[in-house]
Design a protein around this ligand. Structure first.
Ligand code: NOJ
Length: 540
């Protein structure tokens, strides 16, 4: 068995299936579309893909409301198509990770439907968090927690006699009831699900809400009930990050090791872990738990050298100290895209935002550890900020009525080719409409144009990935900060790859005299222009 742990410095591409490539012409991306896009991803040079949920689901939260954990929704294909995708990826040497959602299911899951018709106190209800309400007639929720998506975290059900009855807990939308992980039936059921997909040959799982699962056993009131909805971060200490969850990750890791022992292929568990500090984060990647956990502090850092240096240093100290590597991420399907986030003002046209996003990409790819790229990031897609209200699908919008921090803008289907929507996204008739409208300016970002233009984001990512694959200094290994002027970060990797980033707008002297190996923008020898990152081999 190889001693090389491929995941430690892997670059994984997140495929948001419904927006990647549509093979059926219904305006929604699907698994056959992903298979058709594999050669594109191979050219880009990624090591693996993470597929967003494609299981049968009423799609109240785009598949993060799972009605059947062991099948494919007809919207996206079927199990036979899934097997073809895995086989094609294997032939190309691309690993496949699935998105597993263990904190909650869909209100359309048969076990929840059974719970709704069952008696209070029944075994069927014990799979979820059902509780009596407070107040004279139980008309108030059992506690004061708020859902991450706004509004109370509890909904009341109607009992068999037609009267309002118990309440059930949902930390997200009401259509996403939380599982009760203190019930051993739930662990056993997920065990079956893991094995079902591992038996079909996949390489691992991205775990949704991996700091969730267990709630405080008493479900007490919170001192700051609105914290989760306000910050959209899992900060209610009674609802998240309970110590019992680590036992589950140890069990899941053991299952992965069992499969690895059989065929030598290492499986990977990467957790969506939102916890307050890098130190708590590190607990999730102890050597017998998850292999990786997304380090979101980089993603949430403002575009300032000191902020970036602080989060990178903390990650290196706390997370790398566990023996794992840090899992860097700048974009995903829940966040405003970097081009827009770093732009001033935050509009899709921001050239500054684009320059900074390019620099951030080179910085991320130069850091020790693994990295995740979100589809469209390699095209420099901006957030679509002006979607009309009537096309928005994000439950956050519908529960809060607020457009602030909604997630549709980063989920608009990819432009592949051509001058007008659907830009090659759907194979259907010209009248086929992508499920979210693509703006006209997506023409500039189409993959065919990007690949033909050596100054594009696509070439920057591809060149960066190629160098990562060939230069021993990149990927895993040491990082040493170099002295630099305020507003600039510079570090050296291994025996002499220097990466420097100028967070300011004015040029500064470069830390290395020669011409860079790769830079995020024009970079004459000896100078590091503003909003630019570059890599040099320092052979002095
Ligand atoms: C995190 C996922 O990334 C997000 O899209 C989803 O809405 C929530 N978890 C709930 O499953």
């Amino acid at each position: 068995m190889s001693k090389y742990h491929w995941w430690r410095d892997a670059v994984i591409y997140q495929v948001y299936v419904r927006s990647f490539l549509d093979s059926t012409g219904d305006g929604v991306g699907d698994l056959a579309g992903v298979r058709a896009g594999l050669p594109y991803l191979k050219k880009l040079g990624v090591d693996g893909i993470w597929l967003s949920p494609f299981y049968p689901s009423p799609q109240h939260d785009h598949g993060y409301d799972v009605a059947d954990y062991r099948d494919v929704d007809p919207l996206f294909g079927d199990l036979a198509e899934f097997d073809l995708l895995v086989a094609a990826a294997r032939r190309l040497g691309i690993k496949v990770l699935l998105d597993i959602v263990p904190n909650h299911c869909s209100s359309g899951h048969p076990w929840f439907e059974e719970a709704l018709t069952a008696e209070p106190g029944s075994a069927a209800r014990a799979r979820f968090h059902f509780a009596d309400g407070r107040g004279a007639d139980g008309e108030e929720p059992p506690n004061n927690w708020h859902s991450m998506f706004g509004g109370p975290a509890w909904s009341r059900v109607t009992e068999a006699d037609g009267r309002p009855g118990q309440w059930y807990l949902h930390m997200f939308a009401p259509e996403q009831p939380d599982w009760n992980w203190r019930n051993p039936e739930i662990a056993a059921e997920f065990d079956r699900t893991l094995r079902f997909w591992l038996d079909r040959g996949i390489d691992g799982f991205r775990i949704d809400v991996a700091a969730g699962l267990f709630k405080h056993p008493e479900l007490p009131d919170s001192d700051d009930p609105e914290a989760d909805a306000r910050t959209r971060d899992s900060v209610n200490p009674l609802a998240w990050n309970q110590p019992e969850v680590h036992r589950v990750w140890r069990e899941w890791r053991a299952i992965c090791e069992e499969y690895t022992a059989r065929d030598g292929r290492e499986r990977l568990l990467v957790g969506e872990v939102s916890v307050p500090t890098a130190r708590e984060h590190a607990l999730y990647v102890r050597s017998d738990e998850l292999h990786q956990a997304f380090f979101f502090d980089l993603l949430s850092a403002p575009w300032e050298a000191d902020a970036f240096r602080k989060v990178i240093s903390e990650a290196m100290q706390d997370i790398a100290g566990t023996g794992s590597t840090v899992t860097w991420v700048l974009n995903n399907h829940d966040q405003v895209r970097t081009v827009t986030r770093y732009g001033e003002p935050a509009t899709e046209g921001s050239r500054l935002g684009a320059a900074r996003a390019r620099a951030a990409a080179l910085l991320m790819l130069a850091l020790p550890g693994a990295a995740y790229i979100y589809q469209g990031e390699e095209l420099g897609l901006p957030e679509v900020v002006d979607l009309p209200d009537d096309v928005l699908t994000d439950p956050i919008f519908h529960r809060t009525g607020s457009r602030a921090r909604i997630r549709d803008g980063c989920r608009v289907p990819l432009p592949w080719s051509g001058q007008a929507s659907p830009f090659g996204f759907t194979s259907g008739a010209e009248s086929a409409k992508p499920w979210l409208p693509q703006p006209e300016y997506f023409a500039e970002y189409a993959t065919d144009r990007a690949r033909a233009d050596t100054r594009s984001f696509w070439h920057l990512y591809r060149d960066g990935l190629q160098l990562r694959a060939t230069l021993p200094q990149l990927g895993e290994g040491s990082l040493h900060w170099l002295d630099s002027v305020p507003g600039v970060l510079a570090f050296v990797r291994g025996d002499g790859l220097v990466c420097a980033v100028n967070f300011g707008t004015a040029p500064t002297p470069a830390p290395v005299s020669g011409t860079p190996l790769l830079s995020s923008g024009p970079c004459p020898a000896g100078v590091l222009p503003g909003s630019t990152a570059a890599w040099w081999i320092n052979d002095r």
